[in-house]
Design a protein around this ligand. Structure first.
Ligand code: UFG
Length: 334
C-alpha cells in the first residue's frame, strides 16, 4: 500500500515508517519539524534501506496537503502530527485545539476531496481518565478530559467516528498507553525539547548527568510500593500495531474500531527505576517528592481485543524498554 504518514519524523511516527517499509509498504511523510528534526529522515533510511518522499509542511496547510494528494494516490493515512504535552496544553489550549483538532479536519478535507478512506488515528489512554475498573477495556467509559490535550484526543475520536458514520470511511483509533524506549539500532528515539515531563526521558537524562536527580512524584498511592502504575509499551511494538491496524482497516466491516495498545502489564515508578538500574548497570539518583497534580493512580490495558482481532502482542518487556532508552540516550551525546 502507499501510505501517507503525518508527523512521520516524530517519535512514534519515525518508528512506524520503519515498520511500514519493512513490511513492503510505500511511505510518504508530511511533517512540519515542530518537534522533530530533518536528520531523522536519513536515520530512517539508514535502518530500512529505503527512501521516501518528505514534504515539510503543516497539516493545517490545506494547499500543501492538496498538492500532495494530487501527486499521490494513497491507500491510507496514519495521522500522528499533533502536540502531545499535557502540561503545555494547559498553558496553550488554543494552540492545542488549532494544531490537533483543526489539523485533523484539514486532513479529513483532503482525504474526502481525493477519495482516500482509510485512517489510523493516534489516540491515548488519557480518554479513560481515572477509572476504578482495571484493566481498562475499549468499552470502559470515557471521562471528561483533565487537560486540553486530553480534550483534543476525545474531540478527534468523536469527529472521526461521526464522519465515518456518514461517509464511506474506515478508521481505527489506537489508544496508546505509555510509549517508551527507542529503536534497537539506537538510530531513532525520542528527542524531548527542554526539560522532559515524562518519566523515562527524565530517568535517562538524569543518568547521563543532564539532570541532577529524578523526583518520584508521590509514594503514598494505594499500589504495591506506593508509586503510580502505568502500562509502558515499547515504541517499536507500538509502531508494529499501526501496520497491523492499517492492514485490518482495509478489510473490516464496521466504519470505526478502537484498540488499546499496551502490554497489559502495569509497572510502578520504582519498578521502572529498578529496571533502568539493571539495564544500565548504574544507580539512579532519585528522591521521593510530593504527588504531581492531575496524575492518576494506576492504569493498564486489557489487550485481549488487539491480540484477538489484530493478532498483535507486545514483544518487548520493561527491561528491553530501559535498555534501548539508555542506548539511545548514550548515542545522543556522541
Ligand atoms: N513521574 C515521576 N517523575 C517524573 C516524571 C514522571 O515520578 O519526573 C511519574 C508520574 O507521576 C507517573 C509516571 O511517572 O506516575 C509516568 O508519567 P509520564 O509523565 O511519563 O506519563 P503520564 O502517564 O503522566 O502521561 C502519559 C503521556 C500522556 C498521556 C497519558 C495518558 O505522556 O501523553 O500518559 O495517561 F496523555
Amino acid at each position: 500500500m502507499k501510505i501517507l504518514v503525518t508527523g512521520g519524523l516524530g517519535y512514534i511516527g519515525s518508528h512506524t515508517v520503519v515498520e511500514l517499509q519493512s513490511e513492503g509498504h510505500e511511505v510518504v511523510v508530511v511533517d512540519n519539524l515542530n518537534n522533530s528534526k530533518i536528520v531523522v529522515k536519513e536515520r530512517i533510511v539508514g535502518i530500512s534501506g529505503k527512501t521516501f518522499e518528505l514534504l515539510v509542511a503543516d497539516v493545517n496547510d490545506t494547499e500543501a496537503l492538496d498538492g500532495l494528494f494530487q501527486k499521490h494516490v494513497f491507500d491510507g493515512v496514519i495521522h500522528f502530527a499533533a502536540h502531545k504535552a499535557v502540561g503545555e496544553s494547559v498553558d496553550l489550549p488554543v494552540m492545542y485545539y488549532q494544531n490537533n483538532v483543526s489539523g485533523l479536519i484539514s486532513l479529513l478535507g483532503a482525504m474526502e476531496k481525493h477519495k482516500v478512506s482509510n485512517l489510523i488515528f493516534s489516540s491515548s489512554c488519557t480518554v479513560y481518565g481515572s477509572t476504578e475498573v482495571l484493566p481498562v477495556t475499549e468499552s470502559t467509559s470515557i471521562q471528561r478530559a483533565e487537560s486540553p490535550y486530553g480534550t483534543t484526543k476525545i474531540l478527534c475520536e468523536d469527529i472521526i467516528t461521526d464522519y465515518a458514520k456518514h461517509k464511506k470511511f474506515r478508521s481505527i483509533l489506537l489508544r496508546y498507553f505509555n510509549p517508551v524506549g527507542a529503536h534497537p539500532s539506537s538510530q531513532i528515539g525520542e528527542l524531548p525539547l527542554g526539560v522532559p515531563n515524562n518519566l523515562v526521558p527524565y530517568i535517562t537524562q538524569t543518568a547521563a548527568g543532564i539532570r541532577k536527580e529524578l523526583t518520584v512524584f508521590g509514594d503514598d498511592y494505594e499500589t504495591k510500593d506506593g508509586t503510580c502504575i502505568r502500562d509502558y509499551i515499547h515504541v517499536v511494538d507500538l509502531a508494529k500495531a499501526h501496520v497491523k491496524a492499517l492492514e485490518y482497516s482495509t478489510k473490516m466491516s464496521q466504519n470505526v474500531d478502537v484498540f488499546n495498545v499496551g502490554t497489559g502489564n502495569g509497572n510502578t515508578v520504582l519498578e521502572v527505576i529498578k529496571a533502568f538500574e539493571k539495564a544500565s548497570g548504574q544507580d539512579l539518583n532519585y528522591k521521593i517528592g510530593p504527588r504531581r497534580g492531575g496524575d492518576i493512580e494506576k492504569i493498564w490495558a486489557d489487550t485481549a481485543k488487539v491480540s484477538d482481532v489484530l493478532g498483535w502482542n507486545a514483544q518487548y518487556d520493561i527491561n528491553d524498554m530501559m535498555k534501548h532508552a539508555w542506548s539511545w540516550q548514550i548515542g545522543l551525546e556522541k
